[in-house]
Design a protein around this ligand. Sequence first.
Ligand code: F0G
Length: 457
Amino acid sequence: MKTIIEPFRIKSVEPIYFNTKEQRTEILQNACYNPFLIHANEVLIDLLTDSGTSAMSSNQWAGIMQGDESYAGSSSFFRFEKTIQELTGMPLVIPTHQGRAAEKILFSILGGKGKYFVSNTLFDTTRANIEYSGAEGVDLVCEEGKHPSIPAPFKGNMDVLALKKFIAEKGAANIPLCIITVTNNSGGGQPVSMQNIREVKAVCKANQIPLFIDACRFAENAYFIKLREEGYADRSVPDIVHELFSYAEGCTMSAKKDAFANIGGFLAMRDEALAQQCRNLLIMTEGFPTYGGLAGRDLEAIAIGLTEVMDEHYLQYRIRSIEYISNKLIAAGVPVMQPAGGHAIYIDAKAFLPHIPVEQYPGQALVGALYVHGGIRGVEIGSLMFGKYDEQHKLVPAKLELVRLAIPRRVYTQSHIDYVSEVIIEVFEERKKIKGLIITEEAPMLRHFTAKLKPIE
Ligand code: F0G
C-alpha cells in the first residue's frame, strides 16, 4: 500500500516561531505550569485542541465572502439550516456561537435539581452546564472504555446494562435526556458503534427518555463505523451519518470540530415545543434565531465544512494520521490509549509517570515536560480537569490520568507529526526526571483553564 497523502494542497501558510528549551522553561514557570496561560506564539506545535483550529478550505473562504449579514432571514441561515436538516434529518435547527452555548440553552430548560443526565461520557463543558442547572451528570461508559491499554473497536460505547440499572434506580421521570457523545472525547476520542446507539435508543424508547447526540465529531465516528462495524464497509459516510442521527431526538454540535469552522455550533431537534423554548432563550443570550450569535459568514463556512468533512479521502487521511503517530509511540513503548482515537493521541500519564501520585497531577506534569522539551502544547484530561474534593478536601481523582494531544484538522503535515513523536519518545526516555505539581490557585468550576500550579521540589 502506498503512503496516504494529505488530500489537499497548501495555499496560505502561517509561520511557526521557534524558541529554546531555556526560554520555554521560563515561559512555563510564568504561566504557572498551566498550558492555557501560555501565549500561542510561544508554542511550536499546538495540540491543545482540535476545536476551532482547523484550516478552512478555499471554498469556505469563498463562502465567507458570500455571507449575508441580515439580522433576520439571512440567506446564509437558510443554507445552514438546509445543510443540517439534510445531514441529521432533524427539521428544527438553531444556531449558537459554539457548542457550549447550545448546551447552556438545552440544560437550562431541561435541567434542575433532582434530575440526572446519563451519557457514555459527558465532555467537561457539558457536565458543567448540567451541574450549573442543579442536575447531575452520569457517565456510563462501557468496561473496555475504562482501560487505556486494552484495544477494542468501540471503546466509546455506553454500558447498556448500567443504563438500565440506573434508570430502574432513579426512575425514568428524573432523567430528562440520555446523551451519546460521538466520538467520546473525554474517554479517549473513541468511537461508538451503531449497534450500541441502537441498543441505547431501545432502552431510552422503552422508558420514554429522549436520546440526544453530542455530535462534535460525527464524521470521524461515522468513518470508524465504516471501518470497523460489520455491515457498514460498503455504505457511504453520509448514509452512515444519516442512520446515526435517525435514532436521536436531537443533537448539540460544536462546529469548531467536524465542520472545519473557527467558531460556531448548533442545536437540532424534532420536538417543536422544546425548540420554541430554546429559541426564546436563544434570543436572550445568543441572538435572533436566524443567526444565533454568529455572523452570516460563519453560517456559510459551517454549511460548507459540514459537507466537506464527509469526504472519504479526507476521513481516511484524518483517521490514518492519528493512527500513524500512535503506532510510532506504541513501538517505542510509550503508554497510549489503544486503539488510536479519531482526533487525538491520549498518553496514559499514570503509566508514563508511575513515580508521580495522582494527587500530584501526573498528566499536568507531563504536559509541562512536553512543552519544555519540544514546544508542544497538549492538555491534561485527568484529575486537574475532572478531580473533585471530598468533605475533608481530599482529592477524589478522575478515573484516568490522560494527556491529550489533539491534532487540528488539515493544519500539520507528516513531518510535524514525526517531530511530535520524536519529542514524546525523548521525554519518555527521561521520564524519571519529571516532578509532580501542586495547585496554588483554582476556580470552583472548570478549574483546569485557569488553575495555577508549581512543581514539588
Ligand atoms: N462536546 C464535546 C464532545 C466537545 O469536545 C466540546 C469541546 C464541546 C462539547 C463544547 O463545544 O467548545 O464549541 O463550546 N471540546 C473542545 C476540546 C473545547 O478541546 O475538546 P465548544
